[in-house]
Design a protein around this ligand. Structure first.
Ligand code: FMN
Length: 492
């Protein structure tokens, strides 16, 4: 089910008793974080802070901070159904003509780029262009622009300033015109100037590099609110060929309505709460950060581009959407889990021997990845590690542990038991170098360092293991059955 706009989503949350209104004038400077952090740590509801101290604009936070709310954000009862739908869409089709060379050849278009099929589905809900939208009920340009009119959070005590924490950043590739929507935090520097924290590996940064090569500024629109399916699409590690707005249309089963922005050549969601338009000059940077980050530590200050604001538009009574990040678990943990589950079919498309994967929330997603595979040949665990390190944003995985098919990687006590029991550290560890998350503070260079793979699978003779591999202890089924039958009698 598609939401008309962000406030429609908030109404749904309230109806489902998933949202609590707060009338106390909490201060966007630290106080909202302290309250939201306690609520997030205790599986609490979404919050609508009606009058943040000093502001008339309400602030919504933790709107996706549970599996239920994340599912509601995507318009479904349980987001696993989206994973199932994607899985069936991406299933290779069998050739219609015999299994000979000709038949195989004919099957290639269907069996290879399954993504094009997905694109086809997404294109069934392509964005519509409309002349106007609620996002333009109020338009401010020139001296009227003042980003401090919004209750932008100063999240943690040592943060470098106030940050927009749930922004959808729209850019176009200067060479191809292809759109990208990514979520990159925005530090407000002045009433009409911010930093743009797109990290080096992200698509927004690539668009900017392409603009710099042409010595051109890049136009940017920062969108807050709209259907939460678009917010999810902005954080999703979509293959570059898939447009986030199209994908959002696929998720909500209804086209996203876009309208031309006022001062930049970018179409923005007509139903947005707030849009910030502007440009970034080639070569102009500022100190961005520090910022209390997903890692649970402050990410250190560094050079990032400067975003000049040319217009701020909003609906007449906007709600300001926000989140906070910090020591896990936090709201972003729920967003990340949804990404993990919904994108499993894409991972399996490239690495079909993967049965399941768990990026535990406490491992801050990129740090730890547990994988369950159907092991078929010597070195198979290493093949899977390297494939993952080469697959989109999974390249950031700092530790990958590969398990056999009978291991439930969602069960962390089983995972720890199997690592301890099945790994010989002198043999089963693989250390490699490569790109890392820019937020990693341990790597010798920003975004580049070491990664470790652990092979926790049963070792094969072809891997030099010639000893006997013992069986796991299991009770015989007849005895289990008998004890099941008399269990109540035992009064235990
Ligand atoms: C709450 C939140 C904040 C984020 N902040 C940033 C950020 O500041 N910079 C960044 O590069 N990625 C950030 N990310 C991760 C990106 O949104 C994510 O990697 C996304 O897939 C990038 O999109 P892209 O592939 O189109 O660049 C954030 C994610 C979330 C959930």
């Amino acid at each position: 089910m598609a939401y008309r706009d962000f406030q429609d989503f908030l109404n749904r949350l309230e109806k489902e008793t998933e949202l609590k209104r707060i009338t106390y004038p909490l201060d966007p400077y630290l106080e909202i974080t302290e309250v939201a952090d306690r609520v997030m740590k205790s599986d609490g509801p979404a919050l609508l802070i009606e009058k943040p101290k000093g502001y008339d604009i309400p602030l919504a936070i933790n709107t996706m901070g549970s599996k239920r709310r994340m599912s509601l954000a995507l318009g479904v009862e349980d987001y696993e159904v989206i994973a199932e739908e994607l899985e069936s869409l991406l299933k290779p089709e069998l050739p219609e003509m015999g299994s000979g060379f000709l038949g195989k050849l004919r099957s290639i278009p269907a069996a290879l780029p399954q993504l094009s099929k997905l694109m086809g589905v997404a294109k069934s809900a392509p964005p519509l262009t409309v002349k106007e939208g609620i996002c333009h009920e109020v338009v401010k340009t020139g001296d009227q622009i003042d980003l401090f009119e919004f209750p932008i959070l100063h999240c943690w005590p040592l943060d470098g300033g106030r940050y927009i924490t749930l922004p959808l950043v729209f850019t176009h590739d200067p060479n191809t015109g292809k759109r990208n929507v990514g979520m990159y935090r925005i530090q407000v520097l002045e009433k009409n100037k911010t930093a743009m924290h797109w990290q080096a590996h992200k698509v927004g940064a690539e668009h900017f590099r392409a603009a710099q090569e042409k010595q051109q500024p890049i136009q940017v629109a920062v969108v807050l609110g709209g259907d939460p399916a678009l917010t999810f699409s902005a954080i999703a590690p979509l293959p570059p060929a898939i447009d986030e707005v199209l994908f959002s249309g696929f998720l909500r089963k209804k086209p996203v309505e876009l309208t031309p922005a006022k001062t930049v050549d970018i179409k923005v969601p007509a139903d947005a709460e707030i849009v910030i338009e502007g440009y970034i000059n080639p070569g102009e940077t500022c100190m961005e950060g520090p910022f209390g980050d997903h890692t649970g530590y402050y990410s250190l200050a560094d050079d990032y581009p400067v975003f000049h604001v040319t217009a701020v538009t909003h609906r007449s009574k906007p709600v300001y959407p926000a989140t906070i990040v910090g020591i896990p678990p936090m709201e972003d943990g729920w967003m990340g889990k949804a990404v993990e589950r919904i994108f499993m079919p894409f991972v399996k498309l490239t690495i079909p021997e993967i049965i399941d994967m768990n990026l535990p929330v406490d491992g801050v997603f990129h740090n730890i990845c547990f994988v369950r595979i159907k092991k078929r040949y010597p070195g198979h665990a290493y093949k899977v590690m390297h494939a993952l390190w080469g697959l989109g944003q999974l390249m950031f995985s700092k530790f990958i542990v590969v398990f056999d098919e009978e291991v439930d990687v969602q069960n962390l006590s089983e995972v720890i038991w199997r690592i301890g029991a099945n790994v010989d550290p002198g043999r089963d560890v693989c250390i490699v170098k490569g790109p890392l998350d820019v937020l990693d503070h341990t790597s010798p260079y920003i975004g580049f360092g070491g990664k470790m793979g652990l092979d926790a699978t049963r070792k094969l003779p072809g891997e030099g293991f010639t000893r006997e591999w013992p069986d796991v202890i299991r009770m015989s089924p007849e005895v289990k059955e008998k004890i099941d039958a008399i269990w109540d009698e035992l009064g235990l």
